[in-house]
Every structure is written in C-alpha cells, then in structure tokens.
Ligand binder design. Structure first.
Ligand code: NAP
Length: 279
C-alpha cells in the first residue's frame, strides 16, 4: 500500500540541529506540495540499509548530510555530472523508473547565493577558497563554471589543496597552496570552507589577501560562522557573509529535483536570519 503523502527527509549523524525540515516545510507549504520531510539520525554503520529501507517503504527523496555524503555515492544507480565531479552526494531522488539518482546541489546553492542573492560578479575575479575538504570539492565545478580569473585553494595540509587544484584544472585556472603562500594581492572573494570556525580558529593567511573590495563568505552559519565573519570585518573587507543563503539555495535545488517546482527562497531565508542572526 502506498502512503497518502510523499515522504522526504534528511539522513545525518548528528542531525537534531538540522534546519532542513523547517526549510522544506516552508517550501512545501508555499508551493502547495503534499509531502512530509523529517530528520533521521542514521549512524554510519547503518547508512546503506536505512537508505534501502526508506525507499522500500515508499520514500521519494533524501538529503544527505555529514558524515554520509561520500559513501552516498555508492548507493545510487545514477550520478549527475556535478555529483560525479564532487565525488559526493547531498540529494537522493527516486525516479519514475525506480532508478535512484544521486545529485550534489551544494555548489549550485553557493553560486545562486553569491550571484542572485548577493549580486556578486565572479567572472574574471580572483577567488580564494580556504580549505580542501568535501565542501570545497563540492563547490569547485559550479564556481569555475562562472569563469573567475583564478581560484586559489589554500589549506592547512597543502598537499590536499594541490591535489584538488590539479583535479579541477581542466575546468579553469586553479592553484593549490599552504596558507602562508596565498600572497599579498587582495582577492575579490574569499570563501571559508574550513571547519576551523567551529573551534574559533582563523586560517593564518597574509593580511594583504583582504582588501577594501574583498567579500568574505563563510560556508558555515550561525554561531559557527561568527569567528570568521568578525575577523573578516576587522580585517577591512567590504562585506562578510555567513552561509545561510547557500543552505537555503541548495535545499531549493533539491526540492526542484524532487517536485519539479523551484520554491521562492527569500521568505525562508529572511525567517532563518531572524531566527539565527543575520550577517
Ligand atoms: P571536511 O571535509 O572535514 O574538511 C575540513 C577542512 O577544514 C579541511 O580542509 C581541513 O584542513 C580544514 N580545517 C579543519 N580544522 C582546521 C583548523 N583548525 N585550521 C585550519 N584548517 C582547518 O569538512 P567539509 O565538509 O568540507 O565542511 C567544511 C565547512 O563547510 C563546515 O563548516 C560545514 O558546516 C560547511 N558547509 C556548509 C554548507 C552550507 O550549505 N552552508 C554545505 C556544506 C558544508 P586539513 O585538510 O588540513 O585537515
């Protein structure tokens, strides 16, 4: 017997703090979609079995968050090109032919926030990404698609930055370095994709990398982004932003894949900023 309402959700561990049920609940209400969306705490050792169980019970789609994004690549029958590039999946969608599709909407969400919400121009601009983990890998292809002059990837472990720069060199001009080799020429955009803020640490980049025209963007949001945002403001950037917009935009991309309708993002972003604090 099929359920009356289509079921969606997010698998993570931990996941109690997730804002996704709120975001998708507002999207569903605003677009008149009949669906439910719940957060499921799923331990790594039960991930594959729980995914199979969710879809066997009639589930239609899942968001996948930490720590499951990489292993999720293994459970799908088909990958979108951007998920293949990212080697990570944040969205599962059961298609009409019962084929499970894996997508990665993180990079598309970031690009939407940068270009549509913040009105930034990336083409021919100098971009610095701090960090060379899963988030950086996920956003590189969509970012390079905007044809920046260069994307410099700087990381605490320089070899990981060098490897990522090499892996994406066919999509644009990339360079991988350690923090101290970022240089003194100001960047137009600095994206913090490290998890350093979680412990209040700031990547030690040269002071000259931030100029009066530099926009600083932390992929993290809420309290986790405060250390970087404050540091960027004190360093004289023109604007410092947290990653709430990316979170909402990646959710909207997932919603569109599942329901075939793209929800308005401004109302839910405004509600979240009021709830969490806006920068
Ligand atoms: P990850 O794969 O664990 O990578 C963590 C990165 O941070 C690595 O490059 C690591 O360097 C670096 N790092 C950790 N601690 C550091 C420190 N104290 N100083 C300097 N560098 C440090 O994590 P991830 O999945 O890429 O996530 C990164 C951030 O993006 C998180 O804050 C996450 O919440 C955020 N995010 C936000 C969204 C959104 O929708 N807004 C989406 C995805 C991710 P090493 O390589 O040297 O270890």
């Amino acid at each position: 017997m099929s359920p009356a309402v289509d079921q969606y959700g997010v698998f993570g561990h931990p996941v109690a703090h997730s804002l996704s049920p709120f975001i998708h609940g507002v999207f569903a209400r605003d677009t008149g979609q009949q669906m439910t969306y719940r957060a499921y705490d799923v331990a790594p050792e039960e991930f594959t079995e729980r995914v199979a169980g969710f879809f066997a019970d009639g589930g239609r789609g899942l968001n996948i968050t930490l720590p499951h994004k990489i292993v999720a690549v293994e459970v799908v029958q088909e990958l979108t090109a951007r998920a293949a590039h990212a080697a990570a999946v944040n969205t599962l969608a059961l298609q009409g032919d019962n084929v499970l599709l894996g997508d990665n909407t993180d990079g598309g969400g970031l690009v939407r926030d940068l270009c549509d919400n913040l009105g930034l121009i990336i083409t021919q601009r100098r971009v610095l990404i701090l960090g060379a983990g899963g988030a950086t890998r996920g956003v590189l292809a969509p970012l390079l698609g905007l044809e920046p002059a260069i994307v410099v990837i700087a990381n605490r472990t320089p070899e990981r930055a060098e490897a990522l720069a090499a892996a994406f060199a066919d999509l644009g001009v990339t360079q991988g370095v350690g923090f101290e080799y970022v240089g003194e020429t100001p960047f137009d955009l600095i994206i913090n994709a490290t998890s350093a803020s979680l412990s209040g640490d700031i990547p030690p980049i040269p002071a000259g990398a931030i100029g009066p025209q530099t926009v600083c963007y932390d992929l993290a949001y809420g309290r986790s982004a405060m250390a970087f945002v404050r540091w960027a403001q004190q360093s004289g950037c023109v604007r410092a932003v947290q990653g709430l917009g990316m979170l909402v935009e990646q959710a909207a991309e997932s919603f569109r894949l599942w329901r075939g309708v793209r929800p308005q993002t401004a109302p839910v972003l405004a509600a979240l900023k009021a709830r969490i604090g806006s920068v």
